[in-house]
Each structure stands twice: as C-alpha cells, then as structure tokens.
Ligand binder design. Sequence first.
Ligand SMILES: Cc1cc2nc3c(=O)[nH]c(=O)nc-3n(C[C@H](O)[C@H](O)[C@H](O)COP(=O)(O)O)c2cc1C
Length: 277
Amino acid sequence: MTPDEVIDNIIKSGLKGRGGGGFPTGLKWKFTKGADADKKYIICNADEGDPGAFMDRSVLEGDPNAVLEGMIIAGYAIGSDSAYIYCRAEYPKAIARLRQAIAQAKKKNFLGDNIFGTNFTFNIKIKEGAGAFVCGEETALIASIEGKRGMPKFRPPFPAQSGLWGKPTNINNVETLANVPWIILNGGDAYAAYGTDDSKGTKVFAMAGKVKRTGLVEVPMGCSINEVIFDICDGIVDDKKFKAVQMGGPSGGCITADQCDIKIDYKEINKTGAIMG
Ligand SMILES: Cc1cc2nc3c(=O)[nH]c(=O)nc-3n(C[C@H](O)[C@H](O)[C@H](O)COP(=O)(O)O)c2cc1C
C-alpha cells in the first residue's frame, strides 16, 4: 500500500481515538501527512493516568508488538522516521516488555534503517513519565518529552501542525494504535462492520468498581452499559442496587442507572457528560 492507501483504509475503518477525545484517527494522520516539514514525529500516549484504568497497560504488557506495529504503520503513512512512547514510570513491566519488543523488532529490521530494504527508516524511543496526571494531555506530554514542565498549551496550533520541537506530530493512544495492524490486515470495511453509525470497532473497559466480575471487558461499540454491567460483569456485589457508573476518569462524568440502557457510542456517551476513554 502507498501511504495514502494506508490513510484511506484508516479513514474507511471509522477508527476514533481511544484516548478520550474520540477524534477520527485517519483524519489526524491525513493532517499530519499534509503538514509541510523536514521532520515529523509519531507519539504513542501510554500515560494512562485515569484512576482504575488499565486497558493500555494490559496491551503494553501482553502484546507490545501490536502497538509498535501500529506506530510503524503510522510513521510510514505520515512520513515520519522518529517516534516516542510516553509511558508512565509506574508501569515497569510494560516498559520492560516494550524495550524487549523494540530490540526484537530492530533485530528483524521491522524497525531501524531502511526497513526491508526500502527507503523507509523508523526508530522508537521510550520516555518515562514522572507521575503527573496532566502529562497525559497531548500538549503537556510534548512539553514533558522536551524536558519542560508538563503544562497544557492553547490549541491551535495542534500537534499535527506544530508538536514535538515545533515539528508536525501525530499523537495517538495505545489502544488506538493497537487497532491499526488489524485494520490494515483485514481492511477498513471489515473493521467498520463492527459498531454503530457513529462509532466503529470495539472498545476495552477496565471494570474497577463494585461489580461481581472486575477486570477488562472488550465489547463491540453499540452494546449497552447495562449489558456490560449485568450480562458480562454479573451485576453488583451482594446484589445491591446499581446506582451509577463513572466513566472517562477525572475529566469524565457519571452516568446514572436510569441512563445505562444507552449504547456504547461516542455521540451517546458524550451527551451524558461522560467521556469514552
Ligand atoms: C487532562 C487530560 C489527560 C489526558 N490523559 C490521557 C492519557 O492518559 N492517555 C491518552 O491516551 N490520552 C489522554 N488524554 C487525551 C490526549 O490529550 C489526546 O487527545 C490523545 O492522546 C490523542 O490520542 P487518540 O486520538 O488516539 O485518542 C488526556 C487529555 C486530558 C485533557
């Protein structure tokens, strides 16, 4: 595939950013590809600061290769040769597994200079975050990589125009990037077959509250919150009354029990004031 064909497939898939904002991933890639610059960066946001969230940690520890592959494909598509994974230092196992996966990928020339004898070169570095929740926000995260205090900046300019060291930068969440290899392997249309009109594919949730079965749940978009709580997590501990779910971390909101028959869909969830991230 050419870089444009890769981006077209991601647009067709309907994939939206899993980091909370729900921005269409293919469009973000297109904007970064279209920015005129001698250097561009890819960043994987692995800060995962929301209390109780461990969706990204499980992917990083269990299948770091999927994230690396997503980043390599993103780099090829937008014309970048350098990338960072910004991972919280509280995830030592994830960092160790990433380092190992990067070393293995370099050995096989999936990463490094002239990948598979082409003129595409791509390298990934890891930057460990020092535990500030705000550094999950993309502009603060970029400042932190640059060695500055992690404080958000007003946008525009968006990172796609001026990001890391003033260069166009594509920043995506771990879960977003881990979806990319499947989309490229199976095609954007196959991915878009899962989900609702507005939100495609599947979403992973970390069920950390008073449900009988806690842990990670991956459901197709369009399934209801009630289905997750009662059918998958088997309801509330001691069969107490279900009152509300808190979704989207400190930036999100609470969805009361009477609203929980709504579909898991960016548009529907955002209407409640919560965030899908
Ligand atoms: C206060 C704050 C904290 C955030 N924390 C995270 C985070 O921990 N991980 C993440 O992926 N995105 C986080 N975001 C969203 C990022 O700014 C950004 O939108 C995201 O990394 C883009 O990737 P995506 O398009 O794949 O979702 C946060 C945003 C805000 C405002």
